[in-house]
Design a binder for this molecule. Structure first.
Ligand SMILES: Nc1nc2c(ncn2[C@@H]2O[C@H](COP(=O)(O)OP(=O)(O)OP(=O)(O)O)[C@@H](O)[C@H]2O)c(=O)[nH]1
Ligand SMILES: [Mg+2]
Length: 301
């Protein structure tokens, strides 16, 4: 699914009606109110929309913004800036293998994202290896194994209820031995034991660093985009405890609240690196701030 298709529900009627106004009509206070309401309805947070609209109203007052299309462009530029300046590419390292941990609450889309990412990297000429470090249930291991064969990427998995850190350790060693360029580890969103999920993730991080100095290079927190701004609450615990380096927002194809991506970046101060826009292997799109804003706020109605 393309980014445009994936964001169709958020773009919906009203955002495309609002942003599709290309006639050079004069900017009015009524239009600015309508614009503000539209942005809030698309789930951009008030803490983002307030300063944004204050800026646009200032420019309108000083005569720097005279027409509706110019005001809309100003909004697009502010939103692009909001997403830019943060490292939205996957972190690289000279050391091999690179190690990416995929973390998040249950059902957010971790396993699917790990598989999609493996496919994307493989298509880009890398030699990824998947690690099934969600040992919470046998089905989770089988789910990633099915994905691994579908996207034709090797996998290291442990036993159900086994130690997830040991799986990651084994996967890194296997990748070192076989020359795989990158390990992508799926993790659990919940645990059987009373042990705290964050303690478990901390252990995985420490053990990864023992298998390859400085690993992991990236801890990607997967957030369910259909949760809108509630995804921010989901994220807080992880960003506090699990040394998250970047975000993936999934299921954007299933929500009208895609504007929450801006709120998420604004509130958490972490880059969104990938967007999930469907259930298929190719439905993971790297974050390109300009392309994202143009897909969400298109110029033609
Ligand atoms: N429409 C859509 N569905 C998605 C997307 N990403 C994941 N899903 C679906 O969301 C459901 C949960 O995805 P998983 O990848 O299993 O989520 P998880 O975080 O690994 O779940 P647990 O292992 O149970 O914690 C599955 O049905 C996926 O197909 C997406 O970008 N779009
Ligand atoms: Mg899973």
């Amino acid at each position: 699914m393309s980014l445009e298709q994936g964001l169709a529900k958020t773009r919906g009627g009203f955002l495309s009606r609002l942003f599709g106004r290309t006639r050079e009509e004069p900017l009015t206070a009524e239009f600015l109110d309508e614009l503000e309401e539209g942005l809030v309805r698309a789930d951009l947070s008030v803490s983002l929309v307030d300063p944004l609209m204050a800026q646009v109203r200032d420019l309108a007052t000083t005569g720097e913004l005279k027409t509706v299309p110019k005001a809309l462009d100003a909004v697009r530029d502010v939103l692009v800036a909001e997403l830019s300046g943060k490292d939205s590419a996957l972190r690289t390292s000279e050391k091999r293998p690179r190690v990416v941990l995929v973390v998040g609450v249950n059902g957010s889309g971790k396993t699917t994202t790990a598989a999609k990412l493996a496919k994307r990297l493989k298509d880009a000429g890398e030699t990824p290896l998947l690690a099934a470090a969600d040992t919470f249930r046998a089905a989770a291991i089988q789910q990633l194994e099915a994905w691994a064969s579908r996207v034709d990427v090797p996998i290291v998995s442990g036993r159900p209820d086994g130690d997830p850190a040991a799986v990651v350790f084994d996967a890194i060693n296997a990748a070192t031995a076989r020359g795989n360029s990158i390990v992508i580890a799926d993790t659990a969103g919940r645990l059987h034991t009373k042990g705290h999920l964050m303690d478990e993730l901390g252990k995985i991080v420490r053990v990864a660093g023992r298998a390859r100095d400085g690993a992991p290079d990236e801890v990607l927190l997967v957030l369910d985009g259909t949760a809108g701004q509630n995804a921010i609450q989901q994220a807080r615990q992880f960003t506090k405890d699990a040394s998250v380096t970047g975000l993936v927002v999934t299921k954007l194809d299933g929500t009208a609240k895609g504007g929450a991506v801006f709120a998420i970046v604004h509130e958490l101060g972490l880059p969104v690196k990938f967007l999930g826009v469907g259930e298929k292997a190719d439905d993971l799109v790297p974050m390109d701030p300009r392309a994202f804003v143009e897909a969400l706020l298109p110029r033609a109605a």
